[in-house]
Design a protein around this ligand. Structure first.
Ligand code: 13P
Length: 339
């Protein structure tokens, strides 16, 4: 393990003014996204869409890295250049989703455990050879009257820590993602409690598995009211609760924290990140690793004409990347949005 290389990759992922573009949708998820714009999901349309995103002019200015799905890591542009080479020349670090999805947790109806540890050492070796320098593993934790159970949190945090240790052994920076889902009518306080518990368990497990925190990134969900809650917390409340929760549970030696958007609106996700960074200085950079909140306007634009709207689609991505880049510095204003 080259410790210095791991640390410098992790730091580059959360460099000032930059964050991560998540485009690692599995086959089923990208089909759902394409269904919303009436585009058939084929290897070619998926390549065209992701090629458009990754060839956005100036993408490396605010995007430090992008998380790919296995298929994309192996694909080339229509002109035959590997997408990994495209990213490298744009200054965008290639990342790869390595979990194999969330499956029902036996004995715990309604709860999921993320799988993918079997054979992971060999897969990581191949991914490193293909150019991946960081990886992502997502666990999901739901809030309801009866969940989450301790068993669900423990099983998922154990798997996340074992995955993280294997990544570092392969020279790959682990991005550990325990997503507390936004779905439901729970309060900000409920979300805080579950998030704090999950993060404390996660870092206990990471210590047990000898994960080097200076070479690891946390992908966190924000502390936010459920999407069906009647009286949802304000931007300022979300920002304060999220930062406070992280300070109670995340070791200061961690290289950085990036957030998922998890169903928030594009501008809402930017405003939340900005409000956190306006609060002050923390032990770790706070940045973004958004999927939907970065891609949504581009997806709509491209979907209207997948041949003619490549440039205008890229302009939408460049705008959202710039807004989120400013939010990592606490320099975003909603008046910067087009209208
Ligand atoms: P969203 O920002 O759309 O939640 O996606 C981020 C991600 O990678 C979830 O694993």
């Amino acid at each position: 393990m080259d410790i210095k290389a791991l640390i410098s990759t992790a730091q580059a992922m959360v460099a000032d003014g930059k964050g991560i573009l998540a485009i690692d949708e599995s086959g089923g998820t990208i089909k759902k996204r394409f269904d919303t714009i009436g585009v058939e999901s084929t290897a070619e349309t998926r390549r065209d869409y992701r090629e458009m995103l990754l060839t956005t002019p100036g993408i490396g200015e605010h995007i430090s890295g992008a998380i790919l799905f296995d298929e994309t890591l192996r694909q080339s542009t229509a002109e035959g250049k590997s997408l990994v080479a495209v990213m490298e020349s744009a200054g965008v670090i290639p990342g790869i989703k390595v979990d194999t999805g969330a499956h029902p947790l036996a004995g715990h109806p309604g709860e999921l455990v993320t799988e993918g540890l079997d054979g992971l050492r060999e897969r990581l070796k191949e991914y490193a050879e293909l150019g991946a320098r960081f990886a992502k593993w997502r666990a999901v934790i739901s809030i309801s009257e009866s969940t989450p159970s301790d068993a669900c949190i423990n099983a998922n945090c154990h798997a996340l820590a074992r995955y993280a240790a294997l990544c570092q052994e392969a020279g790959i920076v682990p991005m550990v993602e325990p997503e507390v889902l936004i779905n439901g009518d729970h309060s900000l306080e409920d979300c805080y409690e579950v998030t704090e518990l999950a993060l404390r368990r996660l870092f206990e497990q990471m210590y047990d598995q000898n994960v080097m925190l200076e070479g690891a990134i946390l992908k966190a969900s924000m502390v936010i009211s459920g999407d069906e809650a009647t009286d949802r917390a304000s931007v300022a409340e979300v920002a304060e609760a999220t930062v406070d929760c992280l300070l109670q549970s995340v070791p200061g030696s961690l290289a950085g924290v990036v957030f998922l958007s998890g169903g928030q609106g594009d501008e809402e996700a930017t405003a939340h990140l900005d409000a956190m960074n306006k609060l002050g200085i923390f032990p770790w950079p706070l940045s973004f690793s958004y999927g939907r909140a970065l891609q949504h306007p581009t997806l709509i634009e491209w979907g209207a004409d997948i041949v003619a709207n490549v440039g205008s689609g890229q302009a939408k991505l460049a705008h959202r990347a710039r807004m989120n880049g400013l939010a990592t510095l606490g320099q975003y204003e909603s008046s910067m949005e087009p209208g």
